[in-house]
Ligand binder design. Structure first.
Ligand code: PLP
Length: 405
């Protein structure tokens, strides 16, 4: 058994941008006895979660559920639709976009990484006009897919997916549109069908409030057609067999039964709250978090207010302050985990997650922990971010809907 010599009182504050804290309702649902995944009851559970995920992705087309982390669902998207050496257009928005590009290379694809010069892409998200210009130059249609990240969890910057769709259409290009909404889904508006996405990729451990361990592909008819001729080899990720068996609520291999109990509960919570209310709650908390960062006189990693993330906020440290040392102090002193800076941002910033079942008081406690920790670390603050966030939450325009839809 794992032994820890660290036993602080109270709950740990898991304020990283995923995995997000798992609500008690979901933990209890997952504690039910594991059932026969080929038995009569399982089919009903399978059909229930597949239908519910269609509502979350806003799609009438198939959703595939994998017993895998989000990285697996990235691989599934590429392997089901593409052929070795295919060109794919990817956009440098941060660490996760970079990892996805590395995966494409490892799979023998030819990714082209475009974006703003320097680290600007890590502050401003996808620029759809760059995609359009690149696709217009590809008159021979060598590029088979455009891959973008909806909510860059490494930066707290979102990207405008309908603008990317419009750019592809304006260029008259047939490339598939693949979107990583691993941390965006169930936190901010997402419309697989309406936005014309061919493959949407997501995971369990963010807005869906589950532990890590399941991930998703939502697909389009065009993506399914591409999967019939794709020359990349894949067995585990193959959509077609899974979709065929999912028709009766079953999987070709063992699904993670207890996580699916948890998913059924999460769907009940999210659809009960009403997705529009869930998104408004995230937006409101994110605004208050940003008010706090501004109150401290610190910089937000996202430089364009139009694409601020409702999921997390990246807090840039003043020169000479090691963000990981601040995080370590906050962890030890207040039993709270904040997200580390990833890739190019290592040590330069930390990330505050405000996703999942976050509410006013979890946010305020989180910000109090940050403010106390920043002061203890000797970071000079302009003022109280906690006070600024309380004012933001108390503003008459900022009314929480505690009753739900
Ligand atoms: N893409 C994004 C935007 C993510 O936030 C993450 C994980 O945080 C991943 C991909 C990778 O997913 P996983 O770690 O579940 O494999």
């Amino acid at each position: 058994m794992l032994t820890l010599d660290f036993h602080p009182a109270g709950r740990h504050f898991l304020q990283i941008p995923g995995p997000s804290p798992v609500p008690d309702r979901i933990l209890r649902a997952m504690s039910l006895p594991t059932i026969d995944h080929r038995g009569p009851e399982f089919g009903a559970l399978g059909l229930q979660v597949l239908a519910g995920m269609g509502q979350i992705f806003k799609t009438d087309q198939p959703v595939i559920i994998y017993p895998a982390s989000g990285t697996g669902a990235w691989e599934a998207a590429l392997c089901n639709t593409l052929s070795p050496a295919d060109h794919v257009l990817m956009v440098e928005t941060g660490h996760f976009a970079t990892l996805w590009k590395r995966m494409a290379e490892a799979l023998g694809l030819q990714p082209e990484f475009i974006g703003l010069p320097g680290n600007e892409g890590w502050r401003r998200g996808v620029q759809a006009d760059l995609i359009e210009a690149r696709l217009r130059r590809d008159s021979a249609h060598h590029i088979k897919a455009v891959c973008v990240v909806h909510n860059e969890t490494s930066t707290g910057v979102t990207s405008d997916i309908p603008a990317v769709r419009a750019a592809i259409d304006a260029a008259g290009h047939p490339a598939l549109l693949m979107v990583d909404t691993i941390s965006g889904l169930a936190c901010s508006d997402y419309r697989h069908d309406e936005w014309g996405v061919d493959v949407s990729i997501s995971g369990s451990q963010k807005g869906l409030m589950l532990p890590p361990g399941i991930s998703f592909n939502a697909v389009s008819k065009k993506a399914i057609t591409a999967s019939k001729t794709s020359a990349m080899r894949t067995a585990f990720w193959d959509w077609n067999e899974i979709i065929a068996m999912n028709a009766s609520g079953y999987w070709p291999y063992t699904p993670n039964t207890n996580l699916l109990y948890g998913l059924a509960e999460a769907l009940d919570m999210l659809l009960g709250e009403g997705l529009a209310n869930t998104f408004a709650r995230h937006e409101r908390l994110a605004q208050a978090c940003r008010a706090a960062v501004k109150g401290w006189g610190l910089e937000i990693q996202c430089a364009d207010p139009a694409v601020y993330s409702p999921v997390l906020t990246g807090v840039v440290m003043p020169d000479g302050v090691d963000a990981d040392a601040v995080r370590a102090l906050i962890y030890e002193r207040f039993n709270m985990s904040l997200g580390t800076g990833l890739g190019k941002l290592k040590g330069k910033m930390f990330r505050i997650g405000h996703l999942g079942e976050a509410n006013d008081l979890t946010l305020m406690a989180t910000l109090a922990g940050c403010e106390m920790g920043l002061r203890l670390a000797g970071v000079r603050l302009a003022g109280s971010g906690v006070q600024a966030a309380m004012e933001a939450l108390a503003a008459p325009t900022s009314t929480p809907d505690l009753k739900g839809a």
